[in-house]
Write a protein that binds this ligand. Structure first.
Ligand code: OOG
Ligand code: NI
Length: 466
């Protein structure tokens, strides 16, 4: 088959993300309300903040804003994770970053499947935070065996989805009809199933061990547990949520509000109590409830270098230490105050962030630089070109997640009451083995994008090098 007949993986991802959003809006109408609120707020911010609108125009992010979202799923076995990697690969999504949540009392480790090149991200930035349950952390032997047994019996992919994944691998792509069918079939894996695969007694046992274990083990598949639109002003949406009947968690995860947003700020509304049906040993259904699915919003800022990230981690830790307790409704104001105080030490203008190499940037030739192409010094340094306004820089947006924030999101939705303690040995190698591939280091990706933007300046301005 000729290569040009294949649909681009980016296009498949964009369509899949759209289909997933439509499905989740039907499943969880409150998510639809949140999407509307975010879209309205974004329009308002763009109309009031010309500088931000201009920045998003130059980086192209303006075009992806309304389609921007991430989702999260949790799987139970190495095989499930392995096949998911192959499934996401059809859509041009690779595993980026390793997140160990066990250190925060959640018995999972995770990665994010996402596109890795800036042009691919531009077509669709859809990401899926994917967690693998670490059954080995469950000390209760019989319960662990029960969970293993239940997981071994289920099939989370449709036969046709598996065939299309294999076809994609064999021929190197999917044509229009196959791609469409793939989207429909792949979506089935993430659908919510009201009917549990366990009895009410089994559910209770799993639940008593950890709510997360019940969520992963007691159902037919890894239902999407939230989808998260990107807002340009998370504080404003957080304030507006209660008026729409949506109650957000007490504090926004991540850095405090800033002129130049860094990394990622997130907040969620509590998981909903939903009706489910357990299958009793005699075969009849028993009505019950399960709480797992929720809504979340996020605001993305500039990606930090290793140095910037170390500073972020240090300041966040210091603010949390100073609070001397987990952040809750009661001490939220105090926590926000402490966070703001500690983050005074983090430069809050792009020029300084760049000078101190705390963050990643993209460089663009200016009109004025292009006009001067024939006469400018081909050996000029980047700093000279910037000073002459021949080249300008824009923040490179953070495309990943934050482990401390993710733990906060998990906890707020699993109930804050009990916090398990697990050994701290993280297990990246085991995760990669299950995945059947190495995890990509996000810092390398940011560095490459920055480098490609410099290279594009060299090309456009006919420079010797940069
Ligand atoms: C994932 C929680 C983490 C985020 O945005 O950091 C997350 C989950 O609850 O499965 O989604
Ligand atoms: Ni999330």
């Amino acid at each position: 088959m000729a290569a040009q007949q294949f649909i681009s993986p980016n296009e498949i991802r964009a369509r899949f993300s759209q289909a997933m959003s439509a499905m989740y809006q039907k499943e969880v109408p409150l998510y639809g309300a949140l999407v509307e609120l975010v879209a309205k707020t974004n329009r308002q911010v763009l109309s009031e903040n010309a500088a931000l609108a201009h920045q998003l125009q130059i980086t192209g992010e303006i075009n992806r804003l309304t389609m921007e979202r991430h989702g999260a799923i949790r799987v139970g076995t190495a095989e499930e994770l392995h096949t998911l990697r192959r499934l996401f690969s059809v859509m041009g999504m690779s595993p980026v970053g390793y997140y160990d949540l066990a250190v925060a009392g959640v018995p999972v480790h995770s990665t994010a499947f996402r596109a890795i090149h800036e042009t691919a991200l531009q077509t669709s930035p859809f990401r899926v935070f994917t967690s693998l349950l670490r059954l080995e952390l469950i000390e209760n032997g019989p319960l662990r065996e029960m969970a293993q047994h239940l997981l071994a019996q289920r099939r989370i992919f449709t036969e046709r989805a598996l065939e299309l994944i294999t076809l994609h691998e064999a021929q190197g792509g999917l044509d229009e009809q196959q791609a469409q069918e793939f989207i429909t079939q792949a979506l089935e894996t993430f659908r919510w199933h009201k009917k549990a695969t366990v009895s009410s007694t089994e559910y209770q046992q799993l639940h008593d061990q950890h709510r997360l274990i019940a969520d992963v083990v007691a159902f037919k598949g890894p239902h999407i547990n939230h989808l998260t639109p990107r807002t340009l002003d998370i504080d404003q949406v957080q304030l507006a949520m209660p008026k729409q009947g949506i109650t957000p968690k007490a504090v926004i995860e991540g850095p405090p509000p800033r002129h130049c947003p860094i990394l990622l700020r997130q907040t969620s509304f509590k998981a909903l109590e939903e009706d489910v049906a357990f299958i009793e040993p005699d075969g009849h259904e028993m009505a019950g409830q399960h709480t797992a699915r929720f809504g979340e919003i996020e605001q993305r800022g500039i990606a930090l270098t290793v140095k910037g990230r170390a500073l972020y981690d240090r300041l966040l830790q210091a603010a949390q230490d100073a609070l001397q307790a987990p952040a809750t409704e009661k001490n939220a104001a105090q926590y926000n105050q402490l966070l703001a105080e500690h983050f005074q030490a983090f430069p809050d203008d792009y020029a300084t962030l760049r000078e101190q190499q705390l963050a990643w940037f993209r460089y663009f030739p200016t009109e004025c630089g292009l006009a001067a192409k024939e006469t400018l010094d081909k050996h000029g340094s980047l700093e000279q070109l910037i000073a002459l306004d021949y080249v300008r820089f824009q923040p490179l947006v953070y495309e990943d997640f934050l482990p401390v924030s993710a733990a906060g999101i998990f906890q707020s939705n699993l109930g804050d009451s009990r916090q398990a303690q697990y050994g701290t040995a993280s297990s990246r190698a085991a995760f990669e083995q299950a995945l059947g591939a190495g995890i990509i280091d996000e810092m390398g990706l940011y560095q490459q994008t920055q480098q490609r933007s410099l290279q594009a300046c060299v090309q456009a301005l006919g420079l010797h090098a940069l």
